[in-house]
Design a protein around this ligand. Structure first.
Ligand code: FES
Length: 323
């Protein structure tokens, strides 16, 4: 791991101040912790300072220490420990963190680093000519199963080839990073096996029912758990695709594939999801074979916040950005 120190004095601004919105947010965040435990807010506050200025300055560390009544050294320890915190200015559009730990290295991280060097610059933290991109090598980011991978901002991009990384960097460089879906860059869902499931291909509940039914002489034919009928009265009302559909992927638990399925049901807006009653949620849950995930992820509350005030309202309600 590279040595992590604060940037040279000449790069450090004299002061740090949270914007009015961020200061309000910081106050709320600190208020979530019991009295005397406000130090627990150190990571969110440092991250917000980084989101605001692009990197964590010495003045920001001092300000966060002051706000949380912590010694400067304690906040400095946190900022210098986690590679998620940038201690010097980085690319304005993307800072690419390439995992160089063993699983990623064995699966091609060296070739990804070559792409970074040729596209951005030989040295880590050096920016490209127009200052939009920079890179560094980091330790394991916890996505080894989909190695090799890089992290950009808060997202990971996995199962990479040098060509795909080059495309991703190009998209970020021209300000279109949000068109790239994070996660695996090959056709697999999260960390499921490449090429589709090899086991647990049948719903265990269905299997059990079948076994019971087969064992009972003259018993009625085993019933599988059919998806609820599309004509069911509890199916949420769909609409025609509007000119401006909402990005349903902002709801935690909805990925690109699920979004397509929801579109197929005529669900295009946060407002629609926000109005789902219990029976409708159960219908969608059954249709997606989700086993309660809609409730667990609280889609309705998420959709309500997004419908009311977009990402800003989501951040206000959940204390973090959507997704
Ligand atoms: S080794 Fe690269 S993510 Fe773990």
């Amino acid at each position: 791991m590279s040595v992590r120190r604060l940037a040279e004095d000449e790069l450090q601004p004299a002061q740090f101040k949270f914007t009015r919105d961020n200061a309000r947010w910081a106050k709320q965040t600190i208020g979530k912790y019991p009295k005397g435990r406000q130090a627990s807010a150190v990571i969110p506050l440092l991250m917000r300072a980084q989101d605001q200025d692009g990197w964590v300055t010495k003045a920001a560390i001092e300000r966060v220490a002051e706000m949380l009544d912590m010694p400067f050294i304690r906040v400095l320890e946190v900022a210098t420990f986690y590679t998620q915190f940038q201690l010097a200015p980085v690319g304005t559009k993307a800072h690419v963190q390439v995992c160089g730990t063993t699983p990623c290295m064995l699966r091609g991280a060296r070739d990804l680093i070559k792409v970074c060097k040729s596209r951005i610059g030989e040295q880590q933290f050096q920016t490209n000519e127009d200052g939009t991109l920079s890179w560094e090598e980091v330790e394991c980011q916890g996505a080894c199963v989909n190695a090799p991978m890089v992290m950009i901002g808060r997202d990971t991009y996995e199962d990479l080839t040098p060509e795909r990384l080059d495309e991703i960097m190009e998209a970020f460089a021209v300000g279109k990073g949000d068109t790239i879906t994070p996660g695996p860059q090959i056709d697999r869902i999260t960390s499921a096996p490449v090429g589709g499931l090899t086991c647990l291909t049948e719903d265990p509940a269905v299997k059990k029912t079948k076994r019971r039914a087969n064992g009972a002489a003259g018993a009625a034919k085993a019933k599988s758990a059919p998806a609820p009928s599309l004509d069911d009265k509890n199916r949420p009302k769909g609409i025609k695709k509007p000119a401006q559909a909402d990005d349903l992927k902002l709801i935690s638990g909805v990925g690109p594939k699920l979004e397509k399925v929801l579109h197929g049901l005529g669900i295009y807006t946060f407002g629609q999801v926000a109005k789902w009653k219990k029976a409708e949620r159960e219908w969608v849950d059954g249709y997606l074979k989700f086993k309660g995930r809609i409730e667990r992820d609280d889609w309705v509350r998420q959709a309500k916040a997004l419908a009311k005030g977009g990402e800003a309202e989501y951040v206000r309600v959940f204390g973090k950005k959507p997704r």
